[in-house]
Design a protein around this ligand. Structure first.
Ligand SMILES: CC(C)(COP(=O)(O)OP(=O)(O)OC[C@H]1O[C@@H](n2cnc3c(N)ncnc32)[C@H](O)[C@@H]1OP(=O)(O)O)[C@@H](O)C(=O)NCCC(=O)NCCS
Length: 186
């Protein structure tokens, strides 16, 4: 897959853009918030959060797309990330491109995840030419599953899987998989 511009997307309320050094501190604060990290294996230290931001930037450099930093028009310069990424693990549905999101808690409940992810899906299908995009989470992450459903992704229980990066018996190991195919050309 060749790197494809643009590096930025705009929606009615959001600016999905490349990361800035000034995003690191608010990103670390998010990643240390138990509300934001309820369905993740652990809170992140500032060093771990910075390492994640660096991996996200490396993904952009390598592939030309990634998990964009989210700015809110007329509001917070950094509210979290929304975008597309290639999972680093192997599973029955990989290789694939995933749509994902993580927003600071003060920005939840305004439709931002859905609005940004809808633009990311369009970019994936129209600019990257992807045939399918997936998303996954733990079964009890109902807000995230609701975002997937609002975007038109669907789940087949036969696709449920154990996350290969988590050990057997880990309470977050079981995952549900959602998929969406590229819309037929109108
Ligand atoms: C998941 C997340 C990005 C959603 O962001 P958001 O901007 O609030 O999402 P939206 O407003 O677009 O949609 C959220 C939907 O979930 C619904 N929802 C919220 N809490 C819910 C709950 N406990 N049970 C069921 N639905 C719930 C909302 O009502 C809304 O649906 P609606 O429009 O039909 O009312 C945000 O909660 C988050 O960052 N969570 C922590 C990180 C995370 O879990 N990321 C995903 C990992 S796979």
């Amino acid at each position: 897959m060749s790197p494809v511009a643009p590096a930025e997307l705009r929606t009615a309320c959001l600016h999905l853009r490349r990361w800035l050094p000034s995003d690191r501190a608010p990103f670390a604060a998010m990643n240390a918030d138990p509300r934001v990290m309820e369905f993740m294996p652990a809170l992140l230290s500032p060093a771990e959060s910075n390492a994640l931001a660096a991996r996200i930037e490396a993904h952009f450099e390598q592939r030309g797309f990634g998990l964009w930093a989210v700015g809110i028009a007329g509001g917070a310069p950094f509210a979290g990330f929304i975008g597309l990424s290639v999972p680093r693990f192997t599973a029955p549905f990989t290789p694939c491109v995933e749509v994902g999101w993580r927003l600071a808690a003060e920005h939840w409940g305004r439709g931002y995840a859905t609005e940004g992810a809808r633009a990311a899906l369009r970019f994936g299908f129209e600019s990257l030419g992807l045939a399918e995009i997936v998303s996954f989470t733990v079964p009890h992450n109902l807000p995230s599953r609701r975002v997937m459903e609002k975007l038109g992704l669907t789940r087949n229980p036969a696709d449920d899987f154990d996350h290969p990066l988590l050990p057997a018996g880990h309470p977050l190991r079981r995952h549900v998989l959602y998929r969406i195919r590229r819309p037929a050309a109108g």
